[in-house]
Each structure stands twice: as C-alpha cells, then as structure tokens.
Design a binder for this molecule. Structure first.
Ligand code: NAG
Ligand code: NAG
Length: 274
C-alpha cells in the first residue's frame, strides 16, 4: 500500500501540473513579427468587396505592426480554437499610448482596440501567451528595432517610397537585415495583384523571434515555410498613399445618413480635413 502511494503521488502531481497548463496551448518555438507598409495595406482594403477605407492621413514613412503570430518550428503559422477571457479595460489603458505608436489600427470605422483584441484572440492565444505577455512581447520586440522604425533601415539603403522606383527582393532583404547583428532570413509578403505583372507592392516584412528565458531574440525565419507571395514579381515597390476608394467614401456617407447628427458632424469635420 505504501509502495503504491509512492507511485501514485508523482502521477497525481503530473495530472495537476498538466491540468494547470492545459488552459493555454504550449509556447510556440517561433513568432512572426509582422510589419506592414500602410499604403499597400490601404490599397488592399480599397480593393475588398465591399471596399474598406484607411484612416487618413495614411502613414507613408513608417511601417506599423500588423501582429505577432506564433509559428511552428518549420515557420508555418499556428492556428487554434483556444480562447481565454481577458480583462481589456484593465490591460490596455496603461499601454495604449505605447501601442498606438507602433501598432495603430489603420482601418476606418473599427471598434475601440479591435486590432489588438483580434490579433491576440486569433494568433496570440495559439502561441500560449497570456494577453499581458503578448503585448509586452510586442513592445519589447519593437524596442529591438534600434533605429525606431523598419523604414529607417530601408531609407539608409536608398530604398524609398516612390511610385516610379522599384527594387529587387535582395535589395530589400539586405536593407532589412541591418536590423540584426548578423544576417537572418526574413519573409517578404505581397498582395497577389501588384502595379502590373512584373512590379509588385511590398505589403509585409516578417521578422522572426524566439523566446528564451523570458527574452525575445531575432532568429532566422525557418525555411521552407517562406511565404512565396512576392515570387511572381521581379521587382517590388513601396507605394505612396493613394486616394481612398470613392466607392467606399460613398458607402460611408450613405451609412452616415442613416445615423446620428453627431456622427454626421464628425464626418463633415473629417471631410474638411482631407
Ligand atoms: C515614425 O517612426 C519614427 C521612429 O523612427 C517616429 O519617431 C515617428 O514619430 C513615426 N512617425 C509617425 C508619423 O508615426
Ligand atoms: C510596370 O510598372 C513599372 C512601374 O510603373 C513600369 O516601369 C513597367 O514598364 C511596367 N511593366 C509593364 C510590363 O507594364
């Protein structure tokens, strides 16, 4: 009987420990730190059906964070059906102004904090991070981009946002790699339709990180999971902001017509400012 309890105790402990941990999936070996070029994001949004609009003015000299996406050891992003309850009203206010600087919502008409909530609920949870850890991770990885914004690394390599200049993928990758102390593999992502068949628009740059002893480090993005979305283009461009789809503007106005005078007023102010 004594012998049996010696055997049972560790088993019982294991059951308890694994139960505590089963609330969240296990930690992902890789996290994609997905930076987007706002003008390209806005072109894509305008092309959606029905078209969406970006909040103006559209940022043209900075990349912004799209999200932090957990991936497996081969580099493929992980999806899951897990969910956790988050006290957003407690979590966000102390970090809101910090997040807004590098991770702003670009899309017009979205509920408060929706970008951050969606990114955590869709991706963050799957990497086994609690919400606080997820946003702290994003903040600490952003600090590792020592020139402040990824675009500064492109600019110092002669890559600028211009509708008449295009660059090779290697030129862009080499410029991005100046973020690291030694060259690491990164992913480039493009929308399927570019300027034309040969010239694509750069949409996103993915830097990869791991988490070791509570610290995030840049690592080489694993291959072969490289998203091939820029492959069909010979050259890439960083577009300037373009006028927002008028169809979307019309739709927006129509929606406003049906709503409160207060909102109508704010639309009038908005229209005046552009
Ligand atoms: C762009 O990023 C830089 C950091 O390099 C920051 O100082 C600047 O305020 C940002 N500009 C905008 C418009 O957010
Ligand atoms: C694609 O667009 C670029 C940039 O505007 C232009 O230089 C190039 O000639 C175009 N190529 C084709 C095949 O139309």
């Amino acid at each position: 009987m004594k012998k049996l309890s010696f055997l049972l105790l560790p088993i019982l402990l294991l059951v308890i420990i694994s139960h505590v941990h089963s609330q969240l999936p296990s930690r992902a070996p890789v996290n994609w730190y997905v930076l987007q070029w706002p003008p390209t994001y806005c072109i894509q949004l305008n092309n959606e059906n029905p078209p969406g609009r970006c909040i103006e003015p559209i940022l043209e000299h900075n990349f912004t964070l799209h999200g932090l996406w957990p991936a497996d050891a081969n580099g493929y992003t992980i999806s899951c059906t897990d969910s956790v309850t988050v006290n957003w009203n407690q979590l966000i206010p102390p970090i809101e102004s910090t997040l807004n600087k590098f991770w702003p919502n670009l899309k017009e008409g979205q509920p408060k904090w929706s970008l951050w909530k969606n990114e955590y609920n869709k991706h963050g949870v799957c990497g086994g991070l609690r919400a606080k850890e997820y946003f702290d991770a994003a903040i600490s990885i952003n600090k590792k981009i020592t020139l402040g914004n990824l675009f500064n690394y492109l600019k110092t390599s002669g890559i600028i946002a211009c509708d008449s200049l295009a660059f090779t993928k290697d030129q862009i990758i080499t410029a991005v790699q100046k973020v690291f102390s030694s060259p690491l593999h990164v992913y480039l992502r493009c929308p399927s339709t570019g300027k034309n068949a040969t010239h694509g628009y750069l949409n996103e740059v993915v830097l990869c990180t791991d988490l070791v002893e509570g610290k995030y480090n840049f690592i080489s993005c694993p291959q072969p999971a490289t998203p091939q979305t820029c492959d069909k283009f010979q050259l890439l461009m960083l577009p300037h902001p373009q006028p927002q789809s008028t169809k979307a503007a019309q739709r927006f106005e129509e929606e406003i017509d049906e709503t409160s005078p207060e909102l109508e007023q704010s639309w009038a102010k908005y229209a005046f400012s552009i």
